[in-house]
Design a protein around this ligand. Sequence first.
Ligand SMILES: [Zn+2]
Length: 351
Amino acid sequence: MDLNELAHLLTRIESEAAGAVSEARTADALRAAESKITKGPLAEAMKSIKSFAAEERGQAGQNINKTKQLIAEKFAAAMDALRAAGVASERKSASDFDPTLPPARTLRGGLHPVTIVQREVERIFSSLGFAVVGGPEMETEFYNFEALNIPAMHPARDAQDTFWLTNGWLLRTHTSPCQVRAMLRYGPPIRVIAPGRCFRYEAIDASHENTFYQLEGLLIDKDISIAHLIAFMKLLLREVFHRDVKVRLRPGFFPFVEPGFELDMSCAICDGKGCPTCKRSGWVEILPCGMVHPNVLRHGKIDPHEYTGFAFGLGLTRLAMMKYGVGDIRILNSGDLRGIVQPERLGGAKV
Ligand SMILES: [Zn+2]
């Protein structure tokens, strides 16, 4: 063999080594390939040295060693690369478990959106000196209608479709019976709110339910005017929504107030653009209110010449819908936990 032939041989061995390196996928395969080349063709090349002319043997040995070293380096680099990849993939699988993360969340019970809003309104009015009172859901005709200036033949009775009970009583159609109950019980001056459930025999749609929550408010004192009423209502809405809410006041007829108003707020579901919840008007009736009618004061044994006051019936269910963006009232009375546990997730107009 001469140096020229040796150069060819070494080049072949090098390319064989390069092929083995690129094929090996594991450390074991890499080690096996390396040993096959060193013990095979490289060892053979070493042995061939004695076939060289004496003056060429030194050079031949150097060339073979150079190739040997080159191949060893190649395999070492490939081994390093494999190890680095292994560590990375181990790290990756370890990252699936992070002991510092909180445990998986289990769904716990929480307060109903209406309860949250009710408590918030109670807190606001308590801070203004109002007492929180209750009243029966099963009412007499007297407290639900008559005492509120709605006599038997009054057309307003038709407007409130009523669930009548077989004993002649009824399921209260509003929280307003609490007004006269409070007057008779406490006497003037009075500052009370009465939250509670009301019932109407209604066709159910996105904004009407047969069961809903109201909150009655009543303030009776000397020299109380509409200005007080409006100031209280604006304060209430600002506190509940944590911002100034656009409201409009329009005349409304309720037999137990004179004058009476409808306080509407700009629909929070559609931002006043119009949607099924606000019947495409952009406004939602949230608060019928007014100055307590003298006849109602008389039923409550209060002298209307001495005392005046205002009353309002806040739609708690509707307020909860506006606050949490629940576009359909039926969700609040259903077992649909998406609406009740995380109401903020329900985009109102999408429902
Ligand atoms: Zn709307």
